[in-house]
Design a binder for this molecule. Structure first.
Ligand code: TTP
Ligand code: MG
Length: 602
């Protein structure tokens, strides 16, 4: 049964929203191919441990599938070129760059895992419709099915305009970063995500609201629906509800016997393609952390080596993030020989922001600063471990868990000028996944896990946190437990590293990274003549003299004289550089300089 617009009563009923879902084609493989174009012409697999987590489309011709065992993959394609994908750094960087490009449209962008984003372009479409001859707007890309009714709410035209914007976005990502992508266009997130892979790779598909029900009925398993996890699936299967079509036919009363009333209604809605969850702008993660797991470490000096390597890697992430950390947490997983089990313990301590310095807009840490951090880490370690007895660890973790207001504090103009660059961490992924990713709907954490604040440190964490439950999240699709075991899909606590990745850590130099995430190429021009307005804005506002941490849009909104003064200040930092660690220095700015107007309030 097809549901026309007039059948809807909920928030979805007017089909007023315009949602784009963008998924990068064979993401890890493309990152490797962009880095090394010779890989483009060969079948390429990305290996993590003994699994091929993804492959390029050349390899897929041979039947290589995601998460195949390496041995099986080599059987079907003996020429498969394997690249180790256990170091996620380049993937994360690419992911952040794609996110930054999408933000140029000034619409809410929600990052979902590393290679997917939702964009709510409703307002932008409305703006464009004011100046467009709507009868001329054509659809860009494919339609799942041609419109079958004349929807009075105007959604068909809006979605055509949306398809043009999606095409612009994909073009821009390709021109700036060389990644091909797929897009799904719909009036809600659920349909946009599910329709996205219909014409992959490198293409896009629009689904009109009246086809939601019939499209959903083509899905084999209820687990294909992003917000239905393993427990819900099990409960549905126990009621003989296996396919989405079964769910469409199930009576609400039967569902209410097994789920809460709200849940039952939601399940019925999902089965016919209804979803009113909003696109939530992705922000900064609450903490940035890394963990390294291994078989066993029982010697203090080895632990110190592991922490040194983790710290180096973590400082790279913090530098990319741009915020100054003020709290550090150390986590250990101890092997308990008696119980044959492992449990985690954590301690955290505040750290002095003066350990970090700002140099030309980039966060830096001197060798002495790194040594200070190592001292704090090992002090926390000593408190977690009784060194008079043997110990056996299977994991060490480090996380920066709190961040200072940027530079000169809350009132500083510089705070408003900062770019928001999100760094992938699990907290971030959890936020991203809660409505739309197909998460494993169970929580798990070692029952004996504990986080203890290190009250004995000079700089004390003011509010000790209670032990937290950690969600085990399998990003997108409905992953079986075996799939979850895929190394980079399983995100627990923070991003895990394996020891191989850590071997590379020493090569990383905190100051050698290019942090530029600003889009550069000119906007794509499509047959929809003025769909690029917001892109042009994005570029016209750019300020060549600004340090990279400056949000160029905010900068461009300042009066000319303020812009000049800030530029002069950046050109000659010795006279005016803002010392992030000591707000008082801003008071010393010369009279009649802009700094006078931005002295923090006391
Ligand atoms: P996907 O978007 O599922 O896959 P993909 O981008 O490689 O291919 P497609 O063209 O079909 O979109 O996942 C994104 C990346 O996540 C993928 O490149 C590798 C990684 N990944 C894992 O690490 N483990 C997994 O189990 C899967 C499925 C993906
Ligand atoms: Mg993808």
């Amino acid at each position: 049964m097809e549901s026309g617009c007039s059948h809807y009563n909920d928030a979805d009923s007017e089909h007023s929203r315009c949602i784009i879902h963008i998924d990068v084609d064979c993401f890890y493989a493309q990152v490797e191919m962009v880095r090394n174009p010779e890989l483009r012409s060969v079948p390429l697999g990305i290996q993590q441990k003994n699994i091929v987590v993804t492959s390029n489309y050349e390899a897929r011709k041979y039947g290589i599938q995601k998460c195949m065992l390496v041995t099986d993959a080599l059987k079907v394609c003996p020429n498969l070129k394997l690249v180790n994908g256990e170091d996620l750094h380049n993937y994360r960087t690419a992911s952040n760059k794609i996110f930054a490009v999408l933000q140029c449209w000034k619409c809410p962008v929600e990052k979902l895992g590393m290679d997917e984003n939702y964009i709510d372009v409703t307002n932008l479409v409305q703006e464009k419709m004011k100046s467009l001859n709507v009868s001329n707007v054509t659809l860009s890309g494919h339609a799942y099915s041609e419109p079958s009714i004349d929807c009075p709410c105007g959604c068909h035209t809006r979605l055509r305009v949306t398809s043009q914007i999606a095409s612009e976005m994909r073009k821009k990502i390709f021109e700036d970063l060389s990644f091909t992508t797929c897009a799904g266009i719909a009036h809600n997130k659920l349909l946009a995500k599910l329709i996205c892979p219909q014409n992959k790779p490198n293409d896009q598909t629009t689904i009109f609201p009246e086809h939601g029900t019939s499209f959903m009925s083509t899905l084999d398993s209820v687990r294909s629906i992003p917000s239905i996890g393993s427990k819900t699936t099990e409960a549905l299967i126990s009621q003989n509800i296996v396919t989405v079509s079964d769910l469409q036919e199930a009576s609400l009363d039967v569902l209410k016997k097994h789920f809460s009333s709200d849940m039952a209604v939601r399940l019925k809605g999902l089965s016919v393609g209804e979803d009113n969850t909003p696109v939530k702008q992705t922000g900064k993660p609450q903490s940035i952390g890394l963990e390294d797991s291994f078989k066993i470490v029982s010697v203090r000096s080895e632990v110190e080596d592991k922490f040194t390597a983790l710290l180096q890697r973590l400082l790279v992430l913090v530098r990319e993030d741009g915020r100054i950390p003020v709290s550090l947490r150390v986590t250990l997983r101890k092997k308990d020989a008696k119980r044959l089990s492992s449990h985690r313990e954590s301690r955290q301590s505040q750290i002095s922001p003066s350990i970090f310095a700002l140099s030309n807009g980039a966060l830096t840490v001197t060798d002495a600063g790194q040594q200070k951090l190592m001292n704090i880490i090992m002090r926390l370690f000593n408190k977690l471990i009784d060194l008079s007895k043997p110990f056996h660890l299977t994991l060490v973790g480090l996380a920066f868990t709190k961040f200072q207001e940027r530079m000169t504090g809350r009132g500083s103009i510089v705070n408003y000028l900062m770019n928001d660059i999100s760094v992938q961490s699990v907290l971030n992924l959890q936020n991203e996944c809660d409505t739309s990713a197909s998460s494993m709907d169970y929580s798990a954490v070692s029952p004996s896990s504990s986080t203890t604040t290190d009250l004995s440190d000079a700089e004390v964490e003011p509010s000790p946190k209670k032990p937290k439950k950690v969600n085990w999240i399998a990003k997108r699709r409905c992953l079986s437990k075996e799939e979850v075991a895929s190394p980079s899909k399983l995100k627990v606590g923070e991003l895990r590293l394996n020891s191989k990745e850590l071997e590379k850590v020493s090569e990383l130099r905190l100051n050698s990274r290019d942090r530029s995430l600003t889009p550069r190429a000119s906007p794509a021009k499509d047959n929809l003549s003025d769909t690029s307005d917001s892109m042009r804005d994005c570029e016209e506002r750019s300020c060549d003299d600004c340090p990279s941490y400056v949000d160029k849009e905010v900068f461009s909104a300042l009066p000319d004289n303020m812009q000049k003064e800030l530029k002069a200040m950046w050109k000659n930092p010795s006279t005016s550089e803002v010392q992030r660690s000591s707000p008082r220095t801003t008071n010393k700015a010369k009279p009649n300089t802009i700094m006078k107007y931005f002295v923090p309030h006391k």
